[in-house]
Write a protein that binds this ligand. Structure first.
Ligand SMILES: Cc1cc2nc3c(=O)[nH]c(=O)nc-3n(C[C@H](O)[C@H](O)[C@H](O)COP(=O)(O)OP(=O)(O)OC[C@H]3O[C@@H](n4cnc5c(N)ncnc54)[C@H](O)[C@@H]3O)c2cc1C
Length: 343
């Protein structure tokens, strides 16, 4: 297919966010994407559209507008209440052909990962997965899509200049949600879905799994993470004791600790683990290789404890504590106990 001419490229405008809806509720990743979409759209004097492929939404659209979207486009049909990637891809292709967005963003969630590559193939668009930063070339509208490459050893910035729209997925908790602005108003566009769009419906089976080894790092306010410096399972028992003393705290880990079998994979933070964005992140004996940093560098306050002051983690930390973990962690536990006894 021939590259688009400048004239063809100019027909594409606005930044779309494909909303993630689960059980009738808009998920937080949608607001995170709207936040970054707002910045991109402002640079291009264009609009942010949230695309909602679900008629079972139980919320009103106000939350979308106050967080930065100009338009909520609802392409509804009761059969869409369960996710079906083939059906949604067909509908999205039709909407893209009709409205011509310049940029389409989607969460790098299991739903987004199933949906968006299909759409990219159908629309001949470039797609960059798992972006950690997005900006836009204000002159020609090229999306600058930054993501870790070559095993996380470099950060690559990718442009897909030849076609429109430009598509990217972004992991949850990488971008920030904008503060709500209650003066913002938006408009709702309803798109009718024809029965031919949904004819390929598969049966959807939902499996809810409730494994006690699962850790909810996403909802934690504080994450206390351990790495190879903890030296074994006993080190993680110590870390667990500390986490239990702090309200809203969960225990994270580096891949080195997970690979060593000291703690389960559900604790892993980083490129091949979870991305977290907590108020406080305490890294204990984690050197801070890029593959770990990409998963936690957006946390508000980073505290690092390490015997080596020169590690990347100690360099990026807001508070860097130099010393032996096996002396420092028991001391913190003692201090918390003393404080609790006095209050
Ligand atoms: C494709 C790919 C994907 C990856 N994905 C991830 C990922 O998702 N998450 C991840 O974490 N890694 C990931 N990695 C691995 C990553 O490159 C590092 O190997 C790993 O993060 C190192 O873990 P660590 O910091 O715990 O160990 P180390 O780098 O060995 O650091 C241990 C630290 O503990 C300190 N220490 C030791 N003893 C003490 C003590 N007594 N007191 C205080 N400090 C002490 C040391 O000074 C050191 O700084 C990935 C790698 C690849 C190639």
């Amino acid at each position: 297919m021939k590259a688009f001419t400048e004239l063809e490229r100019k027909q594409y405008t606005n930044v779309w966010v494909i909303a993630e809806v689960l059980s009738g509720k808009i998920q937080k990743v949608t607001y995170e994407l709207i936040g970054v979409a707002r910045e991109l759209a402002d640079s291009r004097n264009s609009e942010v559209w949230a695309i909602i492929l679900n008629s079972q939404l139980e919320e009103d659209m106000e939350s979308i507008f106050i967080h930065g979207a100009n338009v909520a486009m609802v392409a509804g049909n009761p059969v869409l209440s369960g996710f079906n990637d083939e059906v949604e891809a067909n509908i999205l292709k039709k909407l893209i052909d009709k409205y011509k967005p310049e940029v389409v963003l989607c969460g790098a969630t299991s739903r987004g990962r199933a949906l968006i590559p299909r759409v990219a193939v159908m629309t001949h668009s470039g797609l960059t997965a798992d972006c950690t930063r997005l900006s836009i070339d204000v002159v020609n509208g090229d999306l600058l899509q930054t993501r870790p490459a070559f095993g996380g050893n470099i950060m690559a910035t990718i442009r897909c200049s030849n076609y429109r729209p430009q598509m990217a997925t972004v992991r949850p908790r990488v971008m920030r949600v904008l503060e709500p602005d209650y003066t913002r108003k938006g408009r709702v566009i309803k798109e009718e879905i024809l029965s031919t769009d949904v004819k390929k419906l598969k049966r959807i089976i939902r499996i809810q799994h409730d494994d006690e080894t699962d850790v909810n790092l996403a909802d934690a306010r504080i994450i206390i993470s351990g790495g190879r410096g903890l030296k074994g399972k006993r080190g993680f028992d110590l870390l667990k004791r500390l986490a239990e003393k702090m309200e809203g705290a969960a225990m994270g880990a580096s891949r080195a600790a997970v690979d060593a079998g000291w703690v389960s994979y559900s604790h892993q933070v980083g490129q091949t683990g979870q991305t977290v964005q907590t108020k406080v992140y305490i890294a204990c004996g984690i050197s801070g290789q890029i593959q770990h940093l990409v998963g936690m560098q957006s946390c508000d306050l980073i505290i690092a404890i390490d015997q080596n002051p020169d590690t990347p983690m100690m360099q990026i930390a807001d508070i860097a504590v130099v010393g032996d973990l096996f002396e420092i962690i028991p001391e913190i536990i003692c201090q918390i106990d003393e404080y609790n006894n006095q209050n």
